[in-house]
Design a protein around this ligand. Sequence first.
Ligand code: ACM
Length: 271
Amino acid sequence: MIIGYGQFEPALGRREETLLRLEGLLATAGDLDLLVLPELCNSGYHFSSAEMAWETSEEIGRSAFVDFLVETCRQRNMFIASGFNERDKGVLYNSAILVGPGGAIGTYRKLHLFMNEKDFFQPGNLGLPVFETDLGTIGLLVCFDWVFPEAWRVLALKGAEVICHPSNLVLVGLAQQAVPVHALTNRVFIVTCNRIGREGDLHFTGNSLIAGPDGKVIRRASTEGAEIGTATVDPELARNKLITPRNHIFRDRRPEAYDGLAGRPAAATKA
Ligand code: ACM
């Protein structure tokens, strides 16, 4: 299976321009089974107002952006996971959508909103789904979810072999450090697709990456360039949860000792 990231700069509030840029990027792509695109790819990130966030959002069933992804997947017989400014029943979600040759497959809505995203988006209300596809089992997370190990763990426990991670990272190097560790401790493949460029005072940090179940970075992008990076991977490796011949990362867990994990510890409720 060939997985990859499509690192580029979506154009804030200019979807037609973003689609042109994406077309140009895809024209440079070789064979691919699964491509991951950045967070909020249909809209851009740094909204100047709630009106801008609203006007740049789309409903999944009526989206020029999703139609473009579906057509691309149909023509190239591939899958794409992309960040998506999603409008649903009068509110917005910072979502990731998975699309394949047969159309839209499923959606994840970002659970852990970063900074000013809290002014525009509702936290996700779809939990942490995984999607069975011809390629294998795919999970989705979005950007700042990287800091919550629980999210990666739940997806892995649900059988995700590849976790697609559309991102608009601004904290220099932190996610790029953490993601390979999440890949290692859950023994999954992770594709983090970050964006590049600036919007206002935000500078997005590029350095998209593909990490393997051994925690190694298989492919890493530059900090500034628009580029597709790919790796040929064997999803079977993500099904083997033995980290030593006598240590299975799921069977050796001790959930009976993790009783604080599912609730909110007192310290967290005070803030
Ligand atoms: C982020 O979650 N976009 C940093």
